[in-house]
Design a protein around this ligand. Structure first.
Ligand code: ADP
Ligand code: MG
Ligand code: ZN
Length: 490
């Protein structure tokens, strides 16, 4: 069928409105020095098949030894997600595919190390976590020729460097209700994973991989619809597009009286659509059974407690701190922007200098964020930034001037006074501004009479004159206050 290419599910359905239900499975590679069950280096981008040994190649007679650092990272992730750390076991998940030399993957099945939990989005909405378990990664196949997919390839190459790299898979409850929210969830999860030190969070290097379960149901219905699992999204953008496409496709099928088949679908980035990969009937039977070569993983109470005690500050806590300092809700966009860009320390600098933290937050979320773009650095010193905020709030710089100074400080660093004088901004103290107001009033007596008589339309006229007389250096808010109080007195 020819599916719609974009748009929300409700746009596709005729007669009924549809609601999306989304649950995500995120695989996160852990930043350990070595692999999960052997001493081979865990490193990305090396020559193919250099980081291998009998254990990760699955040679007969080799035995796995669990990496303690991987367990530590898994516990940190669990603690950050408010999960329950429990005594857990490993299972063999059996299937044949050339990227898995053992023909089984060691994973956790019904008793994962982290059970339950939740994550809080910047909006304040909580998304439930089902589990966050440990497993090993597979190798990597490259299909050469054709479109890069197995069925039209001339031949395939396999690299086992990644085979046995430790992963934590984080499975969400189906609590996500839009493509945008799915992206927010992944961004928040990524920030948490990076904050725990467990992951570098690089989606482009595959250290964070997202599978997505999507279903639709009639608006307001309690019952969940049949879901499809989508694979192969390599960026947040593709994730959003894939969900929008898939939900619209399902809504269209259901609106036409059809049924959605539970299946795995492949996202085709170039075509902007999902394709059926395999249906549940042809799905693998993994024949899970407990891994006989590994004992129960039972982290001690002391270990779990010390992981919790030493967990760094998570993004949701940072947002709450910034919000409290600035006197705004934690869900406000400025707060999440500032925390996402790692600028919260500068709000702290403003607080330390007794500057207006709300003003500092606005300048960071607007001007500084605007200058930074994605992942860019800045040259703002803590004290220099706090001082700039003080200069603006004292009226020593107008807000337009403060913004210009700030942009230069972001790019080049420096002190606000020095940058301001380089730009030719003269501080217009209160006295100087009053003199200008008097001048302008004296030069325009008729207009003043009308304004003084209550004609507010002339405010703009006077502000324009004051702006011109000061070469744009006046604090216009202060100027209009002066005008108002002069009118009150006359
Ligand atoms: P499986 O064992 O097939 O992987 P799970 O029950 O573990 O299935 O669920 C996998 C993911 O699918 C979870 O993230 C879950 O939230 C999500 N999910 C389950 N049911 C639905 C549904 N009806 N619609 C959307 N997502 C769902
Ligand atoms: Mg699953
Ligand atoms: Zn190895």
């Amino acid at each position: 069928m020819s599916g719609p290419t974009d748009g929300a599910a409700r746009d596709a359905g005729r007669g009924a409105d549809w609601e999306m239900v989304i649950g995500l499975e995120v695989h996160c590679e852990l930043r350990t020095a070595t692999k999960l069950f052997c001493g081979c280096p865990n490193s990305f981008g090396d020559e193919p098949n250099v980081n291998v040994c009998p254990v990760c190649l699955g040679l007969p007679g080799s035995l796995p030894v669990l990496n303690k650092q991987a367990v530590e990272f898994a516990l940190r992730i669990g603690a950050a997600l408010h999960s329950l750390a429990q005594s857990s076991i490993f299972h063999r998940k059996n299937y044949f595919y050339p990227d898995m030399p053992k023909d089984f993957q060691i994973s956790q099945y019904d008793v994962p190390i982290n059970a339950g939990g939740w994550l809080e989005l910047p909006s304040g909405k909580r998304i439930g976590i089902v589990r966050a378990h440990i497993e090993e990664d597979t190798g990597k196949t490259t299909h050469v020729g054709g479109g890069g997919r197995i069925h039209d390839a001339g031949y395939s190459l396999v690299d086992y460097n990644r085979a046995g790299v430790p992963l934590v898979e984080i499975v969400s409850e189906p609590d996500i209700s839009s493509a945008e929210e799915a992206r927010e969830y992944v961004e928040e999860l990524r920030a948490i994973l990076v904050a725990t030190g467990a992951s570098d969070g690089k989606m482009e290097e595959g250290s964070l991989r997202v599978d997505c379960n999507v279903s639709v149901k009639p608006l307001g219905s309690e019952e969940l619809g049949t879901r499809c699992e989508i694979k192969n999204m390599n960026s947040l953008r593709s994730l959003g597009r894939a969900i929008a496409y898939e939900a619209a496709r399902q809504a269209e099928v259901l609106s036409a009286g059809g049924r959605v088949t539970q299946e795995t679908r492949h996202w085709d980035e170039a075509e902007g659509r999902t394709h059926s990969m395999r249906s549940k009937e042809e799905a693998f039977d993994y024949r899970y059974f407990p891994e006989p070569d590994l004992v129960t993983l039972a982290p001690s109470k002391e270990w779990v407690e010390s992981v919790k005690a030493n967990l760094g500050t998570m993004p949701a806590q940072l947002r709450r701190r910034v919000a409290d300092a600035a006197g705004v809700p934690a869900s406000s966009e400025a707060v999440s922007t500032v925390v996402r860009l790692g600028l919260e320390g500068l709000v702290g600098a403003a607080v330390d200098a007794k500057a207006d933290a709300g003003l500092a937050l606005r300048r960071l979320a607007n001007e500084v964020a605007g200058e930074l773009g994605d992942g860019g650095g800045h040259n703002l010193g803590r004290e220099a930034f706090a001082h700039l905020v003080l200069m603006e709030q004292r009226g020593e710089l107008t807000s337009a001037q403060a913004r210009s100074v700030l942009k230069i400080m972001v790019a080049e660093g420096g002190q606000p006074e020095e940058v301001a004088s380089r730009l030719g901004f003269k501080a217009l103290g209160a006295g100087a501004l009053e003199a200008v107001v008097e001048e302008v009033v004296a030069a325009n007596p008729r207009e003043w009479e009308r304004y003084a008589g209550g004609d507010d339309k002339l405010t703009g006229f006077f502000i324009g004159k004051i702006k011109a007389a000061t070469g744009g250096n006046a604090d216009l808010k202060a100027a209009s206050e002066l005008l108002r109080s002069r009118r009150g007195a006359s």
